[in-house]
Structures are given as structure tokens and as C-alpha cells.
Design a protein around this ligand. Structure first.
Ligand code: S3P
Length: 443
């Protein structure tokens, strides 16, 4: 069988313990801040997925030594001004986080650089970072003048700004805060709702003066003051809740299942998926709660059960944006209607996820209507002996890791056989995903 093609069959009860890989967002940030800090940053449970490996290779090209010693990634930082000019293009692969966050750091350097990714990455919007970074004084241009990567960055003198971003985006916020490290005054960024705050938490632990102000009405400002140096840290990356979401959904949807998903990051700016599961009536129990480096974590015990439709909108969206493909599959296997709105950001992810989720779910026989900023799904009820809400189908991932994994889980709850084409893209965020899927099926 072609390694890019995966066949998934309807599953009987799933059992076992799952340790999902380290959080992608936190892994990226740990290498970025470790590289521009003084001293060595020691990272455990680092995600060795394609996107984070792109970040590592970019910093290696700028003279940072990054090595693996048993389970620990060591980043030998050279301080705020210790990066050196890369000898070639900084290849960012499929990774929006690498491209956007590094643009902020590179805007403060005294050398030229070019960031470029794969076809998907180079078609995603970069105007959202170009505009504020230019306002700060950065010399950043879209090489093809289409507001997309490749991006060329030349040395500029950065000033502090107060910027209001129309979208709640952690990538935009982080690019501005990282540039703010190199600015001559305070920099603040206000977003309409709080997006994931790993950057703020990690900057604080590396010694940067960062504050967060919550405004009446829901908007939030993150502010950073210029700083002389950051200092290397020990970081234990929690399991990625976005990766845990696939196994939580699988445990809920496949009858007679019980799964324990260990050491999952529970940061409230990421945990929207759990709230939706709860609103849909899922049986989840949190165990062994703890907090490390400001990041809460817990084990999640999931048992199968039936779901009901729900509405997902407004300020809930940033805390679950990456989980919407999985939620859509769950909604197709729920009683009643699920409405997802205010999620136009789905259109500018690795694929247009309104389109790719609609195509996949329709192929599996679900009742889904795409809308301008989300989707409406009329669920067909839980999988049972009498009811199969989804039927097996050929699904193209369109090289989008979250589409591949969401539909692999759909395949477990579908009648017949589901074939995921271009499935290798799961390596972007979850190498070993299909092995774990087999293990919990007792294979
Ligand atoms: C991320 C932020 C989100 C998310 C992406 C990772 C990050 O993107 O979708 O997978 O690590 O900052 P936006 O900031 O564009 O919403």
C-alpha cells in the first residue's frame, strides 16, 4: 500500500493510555526564545514534528547550536543580538507559526534575511504581520508583492507602537511582541478576544517585562517593554491539546471506549475544545492537574457516549480554532444541529478548512452547509448497531495535517472503509499518529 494512503475501518471499543506529543505552539516558542536568550535552554517533550523542525533549522542557519541529548533538546542561545546572517533562504516549510513569529525577531536584526515556505504557506496572508511590523519601522516586504511569503527583511530601527489587530491571532500578536523586544519603547497589541498566550507566559519566564490588560467588552492588550537580554530556561512542554483532541473525539465517538490521555496542556486559551465536548454532553474527567512554567496540564479520561448539537461562536473561536475540523466530525455524529460561526479564519489555515471539512464530510454522507464564516451541521446521531451516521469514503487531506487526522477519526466511526489520501502530512504536528491509532484498537 502507498505509505501516503491510509485505510481506516470502523472500530469496536478503544482502550488504553495515550501520551500525545509536545505542544506545537510552545515547542516553536521555546526554540525561538532559547535562541535569542543568553545561556542554554533545556527543553523536554519537544515536538519533533515537521513545523518545529523547520524552526530549528532556521535558527541553526543563523548560527545557533541546537542539539538533542537523550530526551532533552538543548538550545545554546547567544543573546538578543547573537544571531548571524543566514547564508541562504530560511525555509519555513508548512509552518505559519515559524514564518510569522520569526518575522518579528528578524525585523530587529542587523542583517538581511528571506523567509519562504511550501506552496500552502506561500499563499497564506502575511499582510497581517507586514502592516504592524512596518508601522514599527521594520523593512519587511513581500517578494512577489502579494502580501504573502517569500518575505524579505532588511535591517530597520524599531519603535514601540500601540496596535489594534482586527483578528484575534496569536501569530500576529507574537510577531509584534517579539519585534517589541528590539524596539526603543513600549509596544502593545490589542486583540478583540484573547488568543493563545504562550508567548506572553514564556517571555515572562525568560525575563521580559510583559503585562496583559483585560478590557470590559472582551478585548485584551498585551504589552512588552524593551529589554536588554533574555535568560535561558528549563522548559517541560505539555502534551498538545490539539493533538489530544483526536483521541478525545475517538474515545467519545467509538462505542464502548475508554481512553486515558496523559499530560495534556490545559491553558485556558487553548481548552475551548473541552468546553465544546462538555456542551455536547461528552463524558470527560480531568485527573492529576498541575501547573509548570505557568502552563496548566492534566490527564483526561474519556468514555464513549452520545453527543448533542451546540453553537460555537464569538470569543470561543480562538481557543478552539485548530480543533474545528474535529468538532465538525463530532457534530455529524451528534443529535441535532451544530452551528459554527465567527470562524472566517478557517479559510486561511493550511487549507481553506471550511471547504476541506465540507468536502470530506459530504463524501461521508453528512449533512453540512458551509457559510461565510463557519458551517451548519445537522447531526445524524451516535454510532450504534442500528445507526451509522457516516459512511466510509475516499478523503483527500489536501496535505492539511488536521484534515487527515480528523477524518481518520471519522473513519473509526463510519460504516465500511475510509481511505485517507496524502496522510503523511500528519507528521507536521503528530509523527506516530497512525501508530497510536492502531495501538488503541488493540492492533
Ligand atoms: C498558532 C496560532 C494559531 C493556530 C496555529 C498556531 C500559534 O494561528 O491556528 O495553529 O502557535 O501561535 P493564528 O494566530 O493565525 O490564529
Amino acid at each position: 500500500m502507498n505509505a501516503n494512503m491510509r485505510i481506516i475501518r470502523r472500530a469496536a471499543g478503544l482502550r488504553g493510555e495515550v501520551s500525545v506529543p509536545g505542544d506545537k505552539s510552545i515547542s516553536h516558542r521555546s526554540v525561538m526564545l532559547g535562541s535569542v536568550a543568553l545561556g542554554t535552554t533545556e527543553i523536554t517533550n519537544f515536538l519533533e514534528g515537521g513545523d518545529c523542525l523547520s524552526t530549528i533549522s532556521c535558527f541553526r542557519k543563523m548560527g545557533i547550536s541546537i542539539e538533542k541529548k537523550s530526551d532533552t533538546l538543548l538550545v545554546h542561545g547567544k543573546g538578543m543580538h547573537g544571531l548571524s546572517a543566514p547564508g541562504s533562504i530560511l525555509e519555513t516549510g508548512n509552518s505559519g507559526t515559524t514564518t510569522r513569529l520569526m518575522s518579528g525577531i528578524l525585523s530587529g536584526q542587523n542583517f538581511n534575511s528571506v523567509l519562504s515556505g511550501d506552496a500552502s504557506l506561500n499563499s497564506r496572508p502575511m499582510g497581517r504581520i507586514i502592516t504592524p511590523l512596518r508601522e514599527m519601522g521594520a523593512k519587511i516586504t513581500s517578494v512577489n508583492q502579494n502580501n504573502c511569503a517569500p518575505l524579505r527583511i532588511e535591517p530597520g530601527v524599531l519603535h514601540g507602537i500601540s496596535y489594534s489587530t482586527p483578528v484575534a491571532s496569536a501569530q500576529v500578536k507574537s510577531a509584534i511582541l517579539f519585534a517589541g523586544l528590539y524596539a526603543d519603547g513600549d509596544t502593545s497589541v490589542t486583540e478583540p478576544a484573547l488568543s493563545r498566550n504562550h508567548t506572553e507566559l514564556m517571555l515572562l519566564s525568560f525575563g521580559a517585562p510583559v503585562t496583559t490588560i483585560f478590557h470590559p467588552g472582551g478585548s485584551v492588550t498585551a504589552k512588552i517593554s524593551p529589554c536588554e537580554e533574555l535568560f535561558g530556561q528549563q522548559i517541560c512542554v505539555p502534551g498538545d491539546i490539539s493533538s489530544a483532541a483526536y483521541f478525545i473525539a475517538a474515545g467519545i465517538l467509538v462505542p464502548d471506549s475508554e481512553l486515558l490521555i496523559k499530560n495534556v496542556g490545559m491553558n485556558i486559551t487553548r481548552a475551548g475544545f473541552l468546553k465544546v465536548c462538555e456542551a455536547m454532553g461528552a463524558d470527560l474527567t480531568l485527573l492529576n492537574k498541575s501547573i509548570t512554567g505557568g502552563e496548566p496540564r492534566a490527564d483526561i479520561l474519556v468514555r464513549s457516549g452520545s453527543l448533542k448539537g451546540t453553537t460555537i461562536d464569538g470569543s470561543m473561536i480562538p481557543a478552539l480554532i485548530d480543533e474545528i475540523p474535529m468538532i465538525a466530525v463530532m457534530a455529524a455524529c451528534a443529535e441535532g444541529t451544530t452551528v459554527i460561526r465567527d470562524a472566517a479564519e478557517l479559510k486561511v489555515k493550511e487549507t481553506n478548512r471550511i471547504d476541506t471539512v465540507t468536502a470530506g464530510l459530504r463524501a461521508m454522507g453528512a449533512d453540512i452547509t458551509p457559510t461565510k464564516d463557519g458551517m451548519i451541521i445537522h447531526g445524524k446521531g451516535a454510532l450504534s448497531v442500528e445507526n451509522t451516521p457516516l459512511k466510509g469514503a475516499r478523503i483527500d487531506s489536501f496535505l492539511d495535517h488536521r484534515i487527515a487526522m480528523s477524518f481518520a477519526v471519522a473513519g473509526l466511526a463510519a460504516d465500511g472503509e475510509t481511505c485517507i489520501r496524502n496522510s503523511q502530512c500528519v507528521d507536521i504536528s503528530y509523527p506516530g499518529f497512525f501508530d497510536t491509532l492502531r495501538t488503541i484498537q488493540g492492533e
